[in-house]
Design a protein around this ligand. Structure first.
Ligand SMILES: [Zn+2]
Length: 108
């Protein structure tokens, strides 16, 4: 059962909101997590949570935020080999040029 957040968890939630530009709210029986203004993750929460006090709701929101962050982190790992400057295309900023960061290889 979901319970109130610890001080560490509250700090972690705040850190995610700032670092990942993440927001979350309860809507229509779900927690919706937005990153950079886009809905990235939805988590079903029970009636029980909706009817509970704000501490329990915060805990449900935090849980959904963590799931969302983990999803984002997994994506980052998959893209680990790509050059961040050209997203793996090997192309430079202008047509016909080569990415200076990876010298056209497309890998980091
Ligand atoms: Zn590159």
């Amino acid at each position: 059962m979901t319970k109130a957040l610890t001080t560490e968890q509250k700090a972690a939630a705040f850190e995610m909101m700032v670092r990942l530009d993440m927001t979350a709210y309860i809507y229509g029986g779900r927690v919706e997590v937005l990153v950079d203004g886009m809905t990235q993750h939805k988590a079903e929460i029970g009636e029980e949570v909706i009817k509970s006090d704000v501490e329990v709701q915060m805990a449900a929101i935090y849980e959904a935020m963590c799931e969302c962050r983990d999803m984002l982190t997994e994506d980052d790992t998959e893209e680990g080999g790509y050059c961040p400057a050209c997203s793996g295309s090997g192309e430079g900023m202008f047509d016909g040029t080569t990415c200076g960061t990876c010298r056209g290889r497309g890998e980091a």
